[in-house]
Design a protein around this ligand. Structure first.
Ligand code: TMP
Length: 380
């Protein structure tokens, strides 16, 4: 493919981004330059640009096959990719399957310990501030993302981890941790962006535990170029498991989406219609007689709260793993939530509005949780 790159739009520590004649497309050029510790350590890794371009391309293509939206269009040359022109969300999302790096240092634990549940951390992408850590509320309050974007971003992050762990395992590599970045495409959709490579992952050889990633550069371990070449060779080798990993993932997502559709989707939030009108379930459980009844009476309210970021729901995942291990391999998409019940006195219309407001404002966290309300007249 020949695409003419035009002006240099941005130069980062490991990549350059160029415009093209098409405003919706950019070219990324991968450099051999390497930095660590917020660029306090600088160097170069011969051949790194080509390795990372090839590795990131293969991985993004694999993820796209499994339905993960990405910015990648094509590999143009050994160190250039054609990508969608996206607005990069200034967050670095780090996924940790095992303790290592700054996590091990921060909490004083040895490297290599399994993390259960998987730990997701995210930082503001700002070198001048030293990439400070954020949480949900800070990311939303600072105007970096909307709660909906955050939700999408974390669902995609969980999907990427679910896909990449077995992808690397099939190549004799343990995915210890990695960093993702996302972009917003011209239609407003969140897509996976930046790169996934030995620069942005920790990869340990499954048999020997050898580090095959940028830690060899960060920690002056030697054999840096060889490690990058080794990762390229393994990633570019097709394995029999690849298609199976994609198939299982797609089946799991479909099961989960079915569960979602069944549970219903009543997002909390001040602008949400559901705020004023409780979930349809309220109507279903409220008899026509009660509706016609003016005057106060007692209702039983049931408020169900579920983590929105359900793929990362650690309790649901733990229950599912146990259930499946015990022989119920046909169970998928387990989610664990909480139910709050109470009695409330008043007229139906008032009570409906009051319970809906309570549910979204006090009983759940609209950034992280979905809420559903049911009301029925108390017996007697
Ligand atoms: P950390 O343990 O140093 O916080 O790194 C966690 C993971 O994130 C590791 O796989 C390396 C990757 N990473 C980047 O891709 N870019 C960065 O700037 C940093 C600090 C980490």
């Amino acid at each position: 493919m020949s695409v003419q790159r035009t002006e240099l739009l941005y130069e980062g520590k490991a990549k350059k981004v160029y415009a093209t004649a098409d405003p919706e497309l950019h070219v990324i050029e991968y450099k051999d330059d390497a930095t660590a510790f917020n660029a306090q350590k600088r160097g170069s890794i011969a051949g790194k640009g080509e390795v990372n371009a090839a590795v990131a391309t293969r991985i993004f293509e694999f993820l796209a096959e499994a339905g993960v939206p990405t910015h990648l269009e094509a590999l143009l040359s050994p160190r250039e990719q054609l990508v969608k022109a996206v607005r990069i969300v200034p967050l670095e999302v780090v996924v940790r399957n095992r303790a290592a790096g700054s996590f091990a240092k921060r909490y004083g634990v040895p490297e290599g310990g399994e993390l259960d549940p998987v730990v997701v951390e995210w930082c503001l992408k700002d070198d001048a501030l030293g990439d400070p850590m954020l949480n949900d509320a800070a990311a939303v309050a600072l105007g970096i993302v909307t709660p909906e974007e955050l939700e999408t971003l974390f669902e995609l992050t969980a999907e990427v981890n679910d896909l990449l762990k077995p992808f690397f395992a099939a190549r004799g590599l343990d995915l210890i941790d990695f960093k993702l970045e996302f972009g917003v495409d011209p239609d407003g959709a969140i897509v996976l962006a930046d790169e996934i490579s030995p620069d942005t992952c920790r990869l340990w050889d499954s048999a020997t535990g050898d580090k095959l990633d940028k830690d060899r550069f960060r920690r002056d371990l030697g054999g840096v170029e060889e490690a990058y070449q080794e990762v390229r060779a393994r990633v570019l080798t097709r394995t029999e498991q690849d298609a199976e990993i994609v198939r299982e993932h797609v089946a799991e997502r479909e099961a989960w989406e079915l569960g979602e559709a069944h549970v219903g989707h009543s997002h909390g939030g001040a602008n949400d219609q559901d705020h004023q009108h409780p979930h349809a379930g309220a109507g279903r459980h409220t008899s026509a007689g009660a509706r016609g009844d003016a005057g106060a009476r007692t209702f039983n309210a049931v408020v169900d709260v579920m983590l929105r970021r359900s793929i990362l729901d650690p309790q649901g995942r733990a229950v599912e793993a146990t259930v499946r291990r015990l022989g119920h391999g046909n169970v998928r998409g387990v989610r664990v939530g909480k139910r709050i019940t109470f009695a409330i006195d008043g007229e139906l219309a008032e009570v409906e509005a009051q319970v809906a407001a309570l549910a979204t404002d006090l009983l759940s966290n609209p950034v992280m949780e979905d809420v559903q309300v049911e009301l029925e007249p108390a017996a007697g």
